[in-house]
Each structure stands twice: as C-alpha cells, then as structure tokens.
Design a protein around this ligand. Sequence first.
Ligand code: NAP
Ligand code: ZN
Ligand code: ZN
Length: 346
Amino acid sequence: MRVHAYAAPGASEPLVPTTIERREVGPTDVLIDITHAGICHSDIHTVRGDWGPQPYPLVPGHEIVGVVAEVGSDVTRHRVGDRVGVGCMVNSCRGCVNCRNGDEQYCRNGMVGTYGAPDRDGTTTQGGYASHVVVDADFVLSVPAGIDSAAAAPLLCAGITTYSPLRHWGAGPGRTVAVVGLGGLGHMAVKLAHAMGAEVTVLSQSLKKQEDGLRLGADHYHATSDPQTFDELAGRFDLIINTVSASIDVDAYLGLLAVDGTLVNVGAPAEPLSLNAFSLIGARRSYAGSMIGGIRETQEMLDFCGEHQIGADIELIPANKINEAYDRVLASDVRYRFVIDTATLG
Ligand code: NAP
Ligand code: ZN
Ligand code: ZN
C-alpha cells in the first residue's frame, strides 16, 4: 500500500513530501488511518544526525493518533473505528526479562523503534508523518474518550516519558518536584506531576512563560538565568526531571536536591553531560535516566489522562509547516507541542 508522508532526505536538508510503502496487514497487525502526529524534539535530533547516522530518506513521527481502518484475523484488542495511538516502539522480542516485566523499551534484544529501525520483514520502519501505518496490535494503544485526538498525540511520547519517571520515583502528595525546561516534555511533566498531587516548580531559562507554567499546574516558577535561583532553591527538591535538549550544568541542578533526592535526565543532548562526584556524595543524591515507558504503563498513562482530562497544549499545523516548526522548536519557541494535521499530507 502506497501512502502519503513527509520525509527527511538527509541530515541537513528540509523535509519534503513523498510517498512510502506500508506492508500488507498480517494476522496480528492493525492498519491505522493517522489523523495526528506530534513533533518531538527527538525527531529533530534523529533526522539531523545528532545521535548518529540514519537510514535516509527517513519519515519521523512517534506521537501517532488515528482510527483503526483494518485489523488482521488474529486481532482481538482493537476494532475497526477505534481511536488508537502508537508511540516510540512498534515491536520488541517479548521473551527477554525486560519485555516480560513490561519494560519493552529496555528490551535486551533491542526494541523496534517506530522509525529508522530494522523491521521484522527486513525493511526500515517509517514513522507517523504519514497518512497510514501498519503496526502489530500489541504495540497499539487505546485512546480514551474525552481527550481530543490532536491533544492526545503528544501523550504517546512526551506524556509517557514524563509519567514513567514521575511514577517510578514516587511523585505525589508531600513530594517536591522540579521540571527543568518548559517545552513538549516539560509541560506534560508539569500537568502530570500536578495531577499526581506533588508540589511542582518550573525551572525555565527565563520568566517569559511563567503565566503559562502556573496555569498548567505549577506552584512556583523560577528563571535559571538568574543565579539567585540556585541559592534560593538549594536542597529543596525530592525529584528533578530534566527535559532540556541541550547540555546543562548538572552540578548546579544536583545542588537543588534534598538528601536522597534524584535528578532524572530524560533530555537527550548530543554532547556528553558531566558531573562532580561531590555533588552526589554531599547529600546521598542520585543521578538517573529514563526512556519512554513500557506498553502497559503507556496505557495506564493514557487512562490516567482520560480520568484527569489531561491532553497536551498544542499548535496544530499543516504538513507544509513542518520545517518551520522544527526551527521554532530549536529556538525554544513552542507552546507546547506542534501537531501535524495529517489530512494535509496530500
Ligand atoms: P522541546 O519541546 O524543545 O523542550 C526542551 C526545552 O528545554 C525547551 O523548551 C527549553 O525550555 C529548554 N531548553 C532548550 N534549549 C536549552 C538550552 N540550551 N539551555 C537550557 N534550556 C534549554 O523538546 P522536547 O520534545 O520536550 O524534548 C526534550 C528532550 O528530551 C530532547 O532532547 C528529546 O530528544 C528528549 N526526549 C527523551 C525521551 C526519553 O525517552 N528519554 C523521550 C522524548 C524526548 P525553556 O524555554 O523553558 O527553558
Ligand atoms: Zn519523542
Ligand atoms: Zn525483549
């Protein structure tokens, strides 16, 4: 099946309209008529080669929402007409210890990424900036009623990437959580941590988005460009979620943690991050990382969002604005996620 898409021809060229081939619907597959695809900063890192060479031409997009158009003969979990989502993975080995524990994102044999990964039929996976996708039913999520499809798309990456560490490190009543960077991931972290009952602080480069931050659910908002912020908030937080796509001064942020506090890096800059061991030793602090979340947890997150009426704050764009949106994300000019209306793909 030939479908409309937008692809990066190379690391330094703008994305262009194209068509790609999708496989036949197999017995365990679901064909999704994509309605919305979010633009994640990881799409930009990937297509620009920040994380290494890529198989071009590459169709990015791992925040996919659409409607089931066809199901394979063995599929029972999804039906034609259901509203569904696909995130960063489309398969994994299912047999290793991590897959069996529901942590398919850490599959010991390597999860199959939604784009740029070798697929089970030997082809390269292509992502959600497309009109349709065929995905194994076990990696297709149900989107709860009550969340608009455009606002739901970013939950499939930005939502789960922040929900998972917030849950893992116990964000909730009586816990102080700081979110570094108010972009796609950051604004979801604020909404989710607030809904979990934590006391939430935003640490942004400036106070430009303060009003938004407080509206999204933050209790406090500080500018990291003001050195006083680091004195005033020293030793304050149980948990810090760093969503910044560039290098940060890790030691400065570790200094904001209380005894036993944890700084979790979800931001994935191209350059290595370094730290001074004394920043950890001085208060039994932890420095950690986290990657998206497993399939079961992603469904749990979607259901949590349905229950709490949480979606992303988005700017809906036509496909011909994708390159402009990339430039705006790189300039931290996003409020707070660009989502492609895939009906405009052609
Ligand atoms: P985004 O929308 O661009 O948000 C990043 C935010 O970081 C910006 O809005 C900005 O917030 C802040 N920032 C940007 N450049 C900065 C700089 N030089 N110094 C300080 N702060 C800066 O990006 P995103 O889509 O949320 O993704 C964020 C990062 O997470 C990316 O590296 C992405 O690849 C990664 N990611 C990781 C996972 C995972 O599984 N671990 C999943 C998805 C994404 P302020 O303007 O508020 O300062
Ligand atoms: Zn992403
Ligand atoms: Zn596995």
